[in-house]
Ligand binder design. Structure first.
Ligand SMILES: Cc1ncc(COP(=O)(O)O)c(C=O)c1O
Length: 410
């Protein structure tokens, strides 16, 4: 008989149960960096795969030729092949790997083999909505790259084609690294890629935030528009378990990237996660187009409804957004309503409405639950009543949330 659980084990189980109840049943999650994993993918996360290794590659050990360092892998290797094949179909890519452990690791998976120390990289700086990881002290410091700013000075940190092309011609970088954490509008990618390729620079597209929209045919199609490598997280607008993936059409680049993954960027790739990502890819083959279209439609309608109720948002003249995100205009929020973006988010959290502390609101998870543009006036009303007027709307939010007990688009 198993020994009884300790008090600390019971406390841990209570905390996980409480988290699950709260986050998956009792709030509306409007954080653009997150999503809800489907029940089928969750089952795979909790499967026996969670504790297993496989290392399918030719090696030699003690004079013997081996095809793997492990035994017991007959299903694991088929699961990986299925996942990669699904990724090539969903993204119409020639090559795909779902091995990278996260979006950040997927970026490293491309940068480490393709750009030696001393390489010059253009990236959008964090104060223009870029990813903090690409700022000088982080990934560039780790890989000894020199990073210079790619301008994103348009409405909502959008990139102007002429300014980007000028910068590329002037700086003659080895790579242009696109992608933002505050990501509202597609890039003028064809112009950027043409200018980059003319100076022999690679175009790497970090689709972490918009990967699910790209999967569903919304936003833009980076591989068709000139990106050499696409990387991204599998858990933001792409509605899977936390992880990363990498796509390319270029055989020469994949031949450098794929063999360098293991031992340079990570070792074991977490096969329960890969089964979960594979499941999500297969779900997107069924519902991805509707999911992506509705997610963007919801973001645009929610922005209009919030604006009509006096909540200041950026990029109004550009139609607010073409992604799953909308952004608070934090200085205008403070001037008009006397509250900062962080305080607003904390106030809304108490009312069971989650937005992030840096002013982003996202519609991906709400769309998975089944909310459509027709629901956005009510959502905007609750956000304004709970966040600006300081009303207690938590009970009303909970009652409404209970009308969406399961993921509709999964
Ligand atoms: C543009 C961008 N790239 C990469 C990442 C890192 O993603 P992950 O947490 O999957 O490593 C983020 C995180 O928010 C991001 O916004």
């Amino acid at each position: 008989m198993a020994t009884p659980a300790t008090d600390e084990e019971r406390r841990l189980a209570r905390l996980v149960r409480a988290h699950d109840r709260w986050r998956s049943r009792e709030v509306f999650n409007l954080l653009p960096s997150e999503n809800s994993v489907s029940p089928a993918a969750r089952r795979f996360l909790a499967s026996d795969l969670a504790g297993r290794y496989t290392l399918p590659m030719a090696s030699e050990f003690d004079g013997e030729a081996l095809d793997n360092s492990y035994t017991g892998t007959r299903y694991t290797d088929q699961i990986e092949a299925l996942a990669n094949a699904a990724a090539t179909r969903v993204f119409r890519a020639r090559y795909a790997t779902v091995r990278p452990l996260s979006g950040h690791i997927a970026a490293l998976s491309a940068l480490v083999p393709l750009l030696p120390p001393g390489s010059r990289v253009l990236a959008i700086p964090p104060d223009r909505g870029g990813y903090d990881g690409y700022a000088p002290g982080f990934v560039p410091a780790l890989l000894q790259h020199v990073v210079r700013p790619l301008p994103a000075d348009g409405e909502g940190f959008s990139v102007d084609a002429a300014a980007a092309v000028d910068t590329i011609r002037r700086e003659r970088p080895n790579a242009v690294l696109l992608g933002q954490s505050f990501f509202l509008f597609p890039y003028p990618l064809r112009a950027i890629a043409e200018a980059a390729h003319a100076v022999d620079a690679l175009v790497l597209y970090d689709a972490s935030h918009v990967l699910g929209l790209i999967a569903g045919g919304e936003f833009q199609d980076p591989l068709r528009e000139g990106a050499d490598v696409v990387v991204g997280s599998t858990h933001k607008s792409f509605p899977g378990p936390q992880g990363g993936l990498l796509l390319t059409d270029r055989e020469d680049l994949f031949a450098q990237i794929d063999p360098a993954l293991v031992w340079r960027v990570f070792d074991n790739a977490h096969w329960n996660r890969i089964a979960g990502v594979a499941q999500t890819l297969l779900e997107l083959e069924r519902v991805g187009a509707e999911y992506a279209r509705t997610t963007v439609g919801n973001a645009q309608r929610l922005a209009q409804e919030l604006d009509a109720r006096g909540l200041p948002l950026i990029a109004k003249s550009a139609g607010f957004t073409r992604s799953h995100q909308i952004h608070l205009d934090r200085p205008a929020l403070r001037a008009r309503h006397g509250i900062g973006g962080g305080a607003l988010a904390r106030r809304l959290e108490r009312q069971r409405l989650l937005i992030d502390l840096v002013g982003r609101i996202g519609t991906a998870e709400a769309t998975r639950l089944g909310l459509t543009p027709d629901h956005m006036p009510r959502l905007a009303e609750l956000l304004v009543r709970g966040g600006i007027r300081g009303e207690r709307v938590a009970a009303e939010v909970l009652a409404w949330r209970r009308e969406f007990p399961a993921l509709r688009l999964a």
